[in-house]
Ligand binder design. Structure first.
Ligand code: AKB
Length: 315
């Protein structure tokens, strides 16, 4: 049975991953940590500790005290926030990552951290972006993500650390809102569809980006961490995606359930610029071949589930 420590556990991915891992490995075996404490199943249904990932000594002590053999390092600033605070993003995203890698190396833990479609840039092939391709991102977030991928490979080759990662697209979920991302429109649009019947998008019509529903992202993390290491040609990080879409496509899908739904635009030049520097659609065939990545939700089935769940949540 794995003994897991998770950083950033109250974030968009962490809040659902911790619950899934506690189900799979036993509640006591998954230590959730975050920079803040709030009343939430993550802090209530298993061990939880407050941890600032910049504090490497505390991270090491918590991992050791828990007897952890697996590090899931999620704490990071997303693309738009990072672009607004590039120095903070470098310090937090890279400082936290270095601490997590060092603790994992010292305590010989299996290691996971997410990369992103943000690790690509304007000179990357835009359609069917291959697993191995040009990575010259023009955002601080992208610089962090490419550095993280390279560091993951470095720790694997140099120290034999079992590092693994996924290049996530925009992740859509109804539990916890993402914060400060470029793909966040694809979550906001469902909330506003239920709350107001209308949405003003900060990403322009016709701007394609990859997306995936959170249950598929959670399963992908668990499957990758369980994958036979002898089958892994790549490690940091695998392209994963379930759909490529632009705002009008989501609106059309929502209108199947809320026919009066209205979509308008007030484009944010910063986030639009970031989106335009990213691929339209990435190719996930390496993930499929090497460890059986198999997303189950399409735009259609995700929309049905999102609207159903949000109707209940938002009353
Ligand atoms: C963001 O938009 O910053 C994230 C991502 C794609 O990494 N959702």
């Amino acid at each position: 049975m794995k003994k897991v420590i998770v950083t950033g556990a109250l974030g968009q991915i962490g809040s659902e991953l911790v619950t899934a891992m506690r189900k799979q490995y036993g509640a006591d075996n998954v230590l959730a940590t975050d920079i803040r404490h709030i009343d939430h199943p993550v802090t209530q249904e298993g061990p939880f500790e407050v941890l600032d990932v910049m504090d490497g000594e505390r991270m090491a002590a918590l991992a050791k005290g828990h007897g952890a053999d697996t590090m899931i390092h999620l704490a990071a600033l997303l693309s738009a926030t990072a672009e607004a605070n590039p120095l903070l993003a470098w310090n937090l995203n890279m400082g936290g990552l270095m601490n997590a890698l060092e603790v994992s190396k010292e305590q010989n833990m299996q290691f996971f951290t997410p990369s992103s479609i943000g690790a690509f840039g304007p000179s990357t092939p835009k359609d069917g972006t291959p697993q191995d391709t040009i990575q010259r991102p023009t955002t601080m977030y992208g610089v962090n993500k490419v550095s993280g991928e390279l560091l993951g490979d470095y720790y694997f080759h140099k120290f034999g650390l079992d590092t693994r990662g996924l290049r996530f697209p925009g992740l859509i979920s109804y539990e916890v809102l993402p914060g400060g991302g470029t793909t966040d429109y694809a979550v906001d649009i469902y909330y506003k569809a239920i709350e107001e019947g209308a949405y003003t998008s900060f990403i322009n019509k016709g701007t394609y980006m990859d997306m995936m529903y959170m249950p598929d992202a959670i399963q992908a993390i668990i499957d990758l961490m369980e994958a036979d290491p002898t089958k892994l040609v790549h490690r940091n990080s695998f392209n994963v995606t379930a759909m490529s879409m632009e705002p009008e496509m989501v609106a059309a899908e929502i209108r199947k359930h809320i026919p009066t739904f209205e979509l308008s635009y007030h484009v944010d030049p910063i986030r639009q610029g970031i989106a335009e520097s990213w691929p339209n659609s990435i190719d996930a065939s390496a993930a499929k071949q090497e460890w059986g990545f198999n997303p189950t939700y399409s735009l259609e089935t995700m929309t049905v589930d999102m609207l159903e769940k949000l109707k209940v949540k938002l009353g």
